[in-house]
Design a binder for this molecule. Structure first.
Ligand code: SF4
Length: 325
C-alpha cells in the first residue's frame, strides 16, 4: 500500500473506532503499523489483564485466535472482534483437547497425582482441562504455587516447560509441542553474529529451544525483554531471538540501542505467519462489518474460572478442583 492509501485506511479505522466505541488491543508480534494505531499493546499477560479494564462495548483484538478467546472469556458481555478468524497458532494446534483429555485419563488410571499447567497459547477447550494457565510473564510464579506433592503436566510448549523446570527445580511431564517461529532460530547464524558484535547482549524468548537459550544473556517474555534493554543507559547491540515484529516495540521503547534479529534456519524474517494474517485493511473491515466476532462457547465457563484464578489473582490460593477429582 502507498503511504496515501495507508493514511486513508488509518483515518477510516480511527473514525470506525469512535463510532463503534471500540478499544483496539494489539500483541507485540503484530506489524508496527497495527501496533501504532492500537490503544493498548502488550504480551499475552498484559493484554489479558488490560482486557478486563476496558470500558468500551467493543474490543478489537489484533493477535491470534486464542488471545481473542481469552479477551472474550474475561469480558463475556462485550463484542470481541478478530480481524482474521483464521489467525491460529502452531503451538496451540499441537495440543488438541481430546488428546490431552485422553493423556490425563491415562495418568490418573496409573495413579499419578498431578496438576496441569497450561501455557496461554492453547485453545479454550484445553484451558478448561487445566488447573493453571501461565504466560511467559507469570509462569515461574505459578509453577511455584503447585503443591510439592503433585507432579506437573506442562502443556503445550516443551521448550518453555524445560526452561521452567530448570529455573524452579520442579520436574515436569512435558507435552511435545513447540512454536514454529521460536523453534527455527539458526544457532550457526547466532554464533556468527556473536563474533561480529562481541559486546552484544543476546536476549531470547523461553519458547526457544535449549541450543539457543544456552547462549542467551537474558531469557524472558516480551515485557521482560523491554524492561531488560531499558535498563542499559549506554547504546548497546542486542541480538534478539523472538518474533521479528518485537523489534518495532524495542526500537520505540529504547531507541538508543541497535537490535539485530537472529535469523531462522529456513526463513530469515522470523515473522509469525498466523499473526501476519491480520492487516490494516482487515482491521478496518472487521470494524465496518462488526465481524468476524468471537462468540461464547460452552467450554468458556470452565476455562474462564482457571484464567481468572491464574492471571488475575496474584496471591497464592488453593486449587478448587485437584486433578483426579
Ligand atoms: S509466534 Fe508461535 S506461539 Fe506465537 S502465535 Fe505465532 S505460532 Fe503461535
Amino acid at each position: 500500500m502507498t503511504t496515501a492509501i495507508v493514511d486513508d485506511v488509518v483515518a477510516e479505522i480511527l473514525a470506525l473506532k469512535k463510532s463503534l466505541g471500540a478499544t483496539i488491543l494489539a500483541h507485540y508480534y503484530q506489524e508496527g503499523e497495527i501496533q501504532e494505531i492500537a490503544d493498548i499493546t502488550g504480551d499475552s499477560l498484559k493484554l489479558a489483564r488490560e482486557a478486563t479494564k476496558v470500558s468500551s462495548p467493543v474490543i478489537v483484538f489484533c493477535g491470534v485466535h486464542f488471545m481473542a478467546e481469552t479477551a472474550k472469556m474475561l469480558n463475556p458481555s462485550k463484542v470481541v472482534l478478530l480481524p482474521d478468524l483464521e489467525a491460529g497458532c502452531s503451538l496451540s494446534d499441537s495440543c488438541p483437547a481430546d488428546k490431552l483429555d485422553r493423556y490425563q485419563q491415562m495418568l490418573r488410571e496409573n495413579g499419578r497425582k498431578f496438576q496441569t499447567v497450561t501455557y496461554i497459547n492453547s485453545s479454550a477447550a484445553v484451558k478448561a482441562l487445566s488447573d493453571w494457565i501461565v504466560t511467559s510473564g507469570n509462569a515461574e510464579e505459578i509453577v511455584r504455587r503447585v503443591p510439592a506433592d503433585c507432579e506437573i503436566l506442562f502443556v503445550p510448549d516443551q521448550h518453555l516447560g524445560r526452561y521452567l523446570s530448570e529455573v524452579t527445580g520442579r520436574e515436569m511431564i512435558l507435552w511435545n509441542g513447540s512454536c514454529m517461529v521460536h523453534e527455527i532460530f539458526s544457532i550457526d547464524d547466532l554464533k556468527k553474529q556473536k563474533k561480529q558484535f562481541p559486546a552484544a547482549k543476546t536476549i531470547a524468548h523461553p519458547e526457544c529451544p535449549q541450543n539457543i537459550l544456552q547462549y542467551a544473556d537474558f531469557i524472558g517474555g516480551t515485557e521482560a525483554m523491554i524492561k531488560y534493554v531499558s535498563g542499559f543507559a549506554e547504546p548497546t547491540d542486542f541480538l534478539v531471538a523472538t518474533e521479528a515484529n518485537m523489534m518495532w516495540q524495542l526500537e520505540s521503547k529504547a531507541p538508543r540501542h541497535r537490535y539485530h534479529g537472529v535469523p531462522g534456519v529456513t526463513c530469515a524474517c522470523n515473522k509469525c505467519p498466523h499473526m501476519a494474517r491480520n492487516t490494516l485493511e482487515k482491521l478496518r473491515d472487521c470494524m465496518k462489518n462488526v465481524s468476524p466476532e468471537v462468540t461464547w462457547q460452552p467450554e468458556f465457563d470452565k476455562a474462564r474460572e482457571v484464567l481468572e484464578r491464574s492471571l488475575l489473582n496474584p496471591m497464592p490460593v488453593a486449587v478448587a478442583h485437584p486433578p483426579g477429582d
